[in-house]
Design a protein around this ligand. Structure first.
Ligand code: TYC
Length: 109
């Protein structure tokens, strides 16, 4: 029989059952979702994105938007890879649909 068991394999030369090394499991990485500044996207549009896609209060959203506006970028949140990818995709799609140059990116932590 072939060696399909996760914990053991056969050594046919010695006719022994050998314990496999334990699988090296790694915690999945987290990703920051980041908004980038530009000179054209209206401030209210950015605030709406932060409220609707990142579940922020108006106050939080205004603070992050102003941070992006003054410092060039700001963190919207930290997520697993697929959630971060989805957030980036919906923000960039929504910006394109509304003809704004707003860009959202993600970085591994
Ligand atoms: N700088 C933009 C303006 O003056 C506002 C802005 C904020 C744009 C945040 C993008 O991610 C952004 N209208």
């Amino acid at each position: 029989m072939s060696d399909l068991h996760p914990f053991f394999h056969n050594d046919f030369e010695d006719d022994t059952l050998v314990l496999n090394a334990p699988p090296q499991l790694k915690k999945p990485s987290l990703y920051r979702v980041i908004l980038l500044n530009d000179d054209f996207t209206p401030m209210d549009f950015v605030i709406d994105i932060l409220v609707n896609f990142f579940a922020m209060s108006e106050e939080q959203a205004t603070a992050i938007m102003l941070q992006v506006h003054t410092r060039g970028m700001g963190i919207c949140g930290t997520y697993s890879k697929d959630v971060a990818e989805t957030k980036v995709y919906i923000v960039n799609s929504f910006a394109i649909e509304n003809d704004h140059p707003l860009k959202c990116v993600m970085e591994e932590i």
